[in-house]
Design a protein around this ligand. Structure first.
Ligand SMILES: [Zn+2]
Ligand SMILES: [Zn+2]
Length: 327
């Protein structure tokens, strides 16, 4: 059970050479478990990618714990705007081959030749330029509920899919300004280098992603050009950036931007549902799932055998945001 104490939700990432990822994993676990830190952290030889929450009461201790971690030097902490505290339920630190599943062979191009980083104020200037194309590097279920005005939002389910697709889509635009953004900046680190490798000359990336942009825009009183919700990979599934509702209920089509998982655990489809449909369908994605949750255990077992729930309703493959977690 999640504790009710107030918490700071934050994320950070760093490309850093870890000689022994297991060692740093165990070290972080021992240290942060004691501070009651919750969340998901991926560690690879190439770096670390973390989305966590820290109890307010432990915050000073947490900050102190970062001081002796060499890789945290110069690493920006992206602190969530929303302080509802509803975020993670346990601490999980996992070893991975890569900190973002990008499907790229890093040896085939110069991963350090990244795009020019843009601050919020620079972002606002850049997007006004006639020559600029803004590209959302996130997946469709993220950009569906919120995005930069005028951005291209590719219809992709994974980051891995998006890279070649965007490269081909913009093949005739190699001289334009390509401005990329994602949630916290991590995806653009490799994606911008990939685009430059493929002949795009003017590649820019939003420093710290939507999270840092929003923070800077508020701090400096800039116009926030992001409309809608910023999809986040914790239990909240989204942070409101503007009051606009840019998406629609997948069931009735009225404006809505609340992501839910189907209440039928055998389906668990992630989709957008309005409050009325939530009531009408009892938090499920369809009549089929609604009937299913009222079936007896025996009937449920039978239906499971028939593989009724293959997760391909709405013509979309089932997606599990937790599996695709990235910043
Ligand atoms: Zn609806
Ligand atoms: Zn369902």
């Amino acid at each position: 059970m999640a504790s009710k104490e107030p918490r700071v939700t934050l994320s950070f990432y760093k490309y850093f050479r870890f000689g022994n990822p297991q060692l740093i994993r165990d070290h972080l676990y021992l240290m942060w478990d004691q501070l009651n830190v919750l969340g998901r952290i991926y560690i690879a030889h190439e770096g670390i990618n973390a989305q966590i929450s820290v109890p307010d009461a432990q915050w000073p201790e947490f900050i102190k714990s970062l001081e002796h971690l060499e890789f945290m030097n110069g690493t920006r902490l992206n602190i969530a705007v929303d302080k509802s505290g509803k975020s993670f339920f346990k601490l999980k630190i996992t070893l991975r081959n890569k900190i973002v599943a990008d499907g790229l062979n890093d040896a085939s191009f110069d991963v350090n030749d990244t795009g020019t980083h843009l601050s919020a104020i620079e972002m606002n200037q850049k997007v006004q330029e006639e020559n600029t194309i803004v590209v959302d590097m996130r997946n469709h279920y993220e950009s569906e509920v919120g995005h930069f005005r005028g951005a291209i939002c590719p219809d992709v389910e994974t980051f891995r899919e998006s890279l070649p697709l965007i490269r081909d889509m913009l093949a005739t635009e190699r001289d334009k300004n390509i401005v990329m953004y994602c949630t916290g900046g991590i995806r653009c680190e490799k994606a911008s280098a990939y685009m430059k490798h493929h002949g795009f000359k003017n590649v820019f990336q939003l420093e710290g992603g939507i999270i840092e942009y929003t923070r800077q825009a508020a701090e400096q009183n800039l116009e926030n050009l992001f409309v809608g919700k910023n999809f986040v990979f914790d239990e909240r599934l989204g942070e409101k950036i503007s009051d606009d509702i840019v998406a629609h209920c997948h069931q009735c089509g009225q404006p809505a931007d609340t992501h839910v998982n189907c209440a039928n655990d055998h389906c668990h489809l992630l989709f957008i549902q309005c409050a009325e449909c939530a009531e009408l369908y009892e938090n499920t994605c369809s009549k089929l799932c609604q009937e299913y949750i009222h079936n007896s255990a025996e009937e449920q077992k039978e239906a499971g055998k028939n593989k009724i729930f293959n997760g391909s309703r709405f013509g979309k493959k089932r997606y599990n945001p937790k599996r695709n977690m990235s910043l």
